[in-house]
Design a protein around this ligand. Structure first.
Ligand code: AMP
Length: 184
């Protein structure tokens, strides 16, 4: 099955779906944070399909695996992996993975955290697409990029549903090929 690169043309419909469905909650979970809730996008079948098709189409044929970041990134990665017929990696919060794991500490828009990747999941040099719901300060995705690199994989790029431009997360991602369906 092939997916057209809908990142420009019909990605408008994915962007329209996201724009019309996303909800914003001021002062959640802390004062001063505007929380962007994408659950209504995931809960709409047409919007979910448009979102997955847009991300797959944008990176079509350029990745052997998709890495989803816990927890909302898992929802995207599972669907993208199935649609693109590629492997799926789970990048988990600290302390949840057994065996040999790589660990990266990172800063959040609110607080700090730890992400981990289990070693030995893919052949060395595998091309990996990282996906998550929101690119905010970029700390989470930057940490995931370091995990992918340390594991010996090649980064294809980064796909997110929503980029919060005022936080300038992109500047923490070097020259990675970053695609956001919607930027606010
Ligand atoms: P960051 O590391 O700052 O780019 O944060 C990215 C992660 O935190 C994403 O996985 C988001 O789920 C979550 N996040 C950060 N800021 C927000 C926000 N304003 N609204 C919704 N989710 C957010």
């Amino acid at each position: 099955m092939t997916f057209p690169d809908t990142s420009t043309a019909s990605a408008l419909s994915a962007a329209d779906e996201v724009n019309s469905l996303l909800a914003s909650y001021p002062d959640f979970p802390l004062d001063g944070i505007v929380f962007r809730d994408l659950n209504p996008v995931f809960a709409n079948a047409a919007a979910f399909r448009a979102m997955i098709d847009a991300l797959v189409g944008r990176f079509q044929g350029r990745f052997d695996a998709v890495a989803g970041i816990e927890a909302r990134g898992f929802l995207l990665a599972a669907a993208i992996g199935y649609a693109a017929d590629v492997a799926v990696l789970a990048v988990r919060k600290g302390g949840k993975l057994p065996g040999a794991v790589l660990t990266e500490e990172y800063d959040l828009e609110y607080g700090s955290a730890r992400l981990e990747l289990e070693l030995g999941q893919l052949p060395a040099g595998s091309r990996v697409l990282i996906v998550d719901d929101v690119l905010a300060t970029g700390g989470t995705i930057a940490a995931t990029m370091r995990l992918i690199e340390r594991a010996g994989y090649a980064l294809t790029g980064v796909g997110v549903v929503l980029e919060l431009e005022e936080l300038d997360g992109r500047s923490r991602l070097g020259n990675a090929d970053v695609h956001a369906i919607v930027a606010l």
